[in-house]
Design a protein. Structure first.
Length: 273
């Protein structure tokens, strides 16, 4: 099942495909939002400004979503900012990030250990159909990049655990301590300006976050919003769909199971009317 949001959208000319990782291919960190949002709300509620829990949730959800796809530290900087705006004395964003990752670890530890030991199959923690789809793109000779806002070492390990690292041939990028050294925006710019040149409409992205969709659309590429309803990933999540369309997604998919339909909707050369 694929929804075409922008009539006439086509990735028939695609040469390069960027994939976001968490929520787009990997479900290892599924549920991260339910860790990050309450943590941020707690920090703001501690300031006792009189704002309702619902109002704080709304504030937090707004900045968390707007920065989804960017390195985690940016969401933590926004939290520090929200604390400061309310007259509080924020911790260092790095301290908030550690707090978040410690809590997230409790949720995902068993998944990673089960994958490491072989007790769990990689498919258990992947958006359904992702492997077959990556296979078919590799077969078409497309150059693929994996780009994530999660720390680089974690993305590397989790891509290995899911057995998908080889599709990207070293083109795997995650968050670095030096924020200037990597971002999805930088990656898009590098791809477009590399020798041999990739034209904007030769760029295709798959993502479930604001940032990757926005950057590729700004550059003139084609964007597929992966609005999967986790953890079953059988249907479209209405909340994600709305937001991905608002930021410019050309197509929406719930997963990669309808491989033939997906490939023809994306890559068939549109017939001139
Ligand atoms: Mg994501």
């Amino acid at each position: 099942m694929i929804e075409t949001v922008r009539a006439g959208a086509s990735a028939a000319r695609a040469k390069v495909v960027i994939f976001d990782f968490d929520g787009t291919i990997s479900l290892v960190r599924s549920g991260w939002l339910d860790v990050m949002v309450p943590l941020c709300v707690e920090q703001l509620a501690d300031l006792k400004t009189g704002e309702s829990q619902a109002a704080l949730c709304q504030t937090v959800e707004e900045f968390v979503w707007r920065l989804t796809g960017k390195e985690t530290i940016y969401q933590m900087m926004a939290l520090a900012e929200a604390v400061r705006d309310r007259g509080g004395q924020p911790l260092e964003p790095r301290a908030y990030k550690k707090m978040y990752l410690d809590r997230l670890w409790l949720k995902i530890r068993d998944r990673i250990e089960d994958l490491r030991s072989g007790r769990a199959k990689p498919e258990q923690y992947m958006v359904p159909g992702a492997r077959e789809f990556l296979d078919s793109l590799a077969g078409q000779g497309l150059r693929m990049y994996l780009a994530s806002g999660t720390d680089h070492a974690n993305v590397r390990e989790e891509a290995d655990l899911l057995g998908i690292a080889h599709y990207f041939k070293g083109r795997i990028f995650g968050a670095q301590d030096d924020l200037k050294s990597f971002s999805k925006a930088l990656l898009v710019q590098q791809i477009l300006s590399c020798t041999g040149g990739v034209a904007p409409d030769e760029l295709l992205v798959f993502g479930d976050g604001y940032v990757e969709i926005e950057e590729v659309k700004k550059a003139g590429g084609v964007a597929v919003g992966v609005a999967t309803a986790e953890p079953a990933c059988a249907t479209v999540d209405a909340w994600k769909r709305r937001r991905l369309i608002d930021v410019g997604a050309d197509f929406i998919i719930p997963n990669y199971l309808a491989l033939d339909e997906l490939s023809s909707a994306l890559f068939q050369v549109p017939v001139a009317q």
